[in-house]
Design a protein around this ligand. Structure first.
Ligand code: TMP
Length: 211
């Protein structure tokens, strides 16, 4: 099974990815937990470029192709081999981030982005995508506090430096895209505490018939 997590900055993806991984391990799955950007060796270098605030002048198309390069390498060298070994893969962000951030956020055509994603993933689409839905006011505040605490603002803060209006477009973009891809998406209210969010995820699994 291939499961991805999506959502705005500060929506709690890392916490929920870790909870889901523990849950699957308890059930006896062999789990790979990975992320984008930065899940492969090349990806770690691309992540540094993509998230560094000094690159605030990246053209939308340059940003797009760097994310796609990260994804193509990640799928080819990490995700597909893990799936072929029968492992369950949990990925923190994947192709939908490109449609939403570069599409609804930067103004590129979401349909074209979906096609370009297909070049990068070569048919390997997630079985399920969990969207942690949260208002940008709460998410951005959480993300900025975390970056300060973890001393990341100067190295990974490029998107957190975008306006509240930008993050509002990202939230709305996710909801629109999830509605267009209803069978693959599970939308969860991320304003609750971490345990309640996880309980909602498990309830969503039951509704979708996932063990
Ligand atoms: P994160 O790993 O801390 O969530 O940060 C990744 C950032 O990169 C986040 O702000 C969203 C952005 N992003 C895109 O704009 N397009 C993409 O395709 C991906 C994977 C992430």
């Amino acid at each position: 099974m291939f499961i991805t997590f999506e959502g705005i900055e500060g929506c709690g993806k890392s916490t929920q990815c870790a909870k889901l991984m523990e849950h699957f391990i308890r059930q006896g799955h062999d789990v790979l937990h990975t992320r984008e950007p930065g899940g492969s060796k090349l990806g770690r270098e691309l992540r540094r470029i993509l998230l560094h605030p000094e690159n605030s002048d990246l053209a939308p198309a340059s940003e797009l192709f760097l994310y796609l390069a990260d994804r193509a390498q990640h799928v080819a060298s990490i995700i597909r081999p893990a799936m072929e070994d029968g492992r369950t893969v949990i990925c923190d962000r994947f192709a939908d981030s490109t449609v939403v951030y570069q599409g609804y956020g930067r103004g590129l055509d979401p349909k074209l982005l979906h096609q370009l994603n297909d070049v990068a993933v070569q048919g390997l689409w997630p079985d399920l995508t969990i969207l942690l839905d949260l208002s940008p006011e709460i998410g951005l505040r959480r993300a900025l506090t975390r970056n300060l605490k973890e001393n990341k603002a100067n190295t990974e803060g490029r998107f957190e430096a975008e306006s509240l209006e930008f993050h509002g477009r990202i939230r709305e973009g996710y909801l629109t895209w999830a509605a267009l891809n209803r069978s693959r998406f599970l939308v969860v209210d991320a304003a609750q505490g971490p345990d309640q969010v996880f309980a909602s995820i498990l309830r969503g699994f039951e509704e979708k018939g996932i063990e």
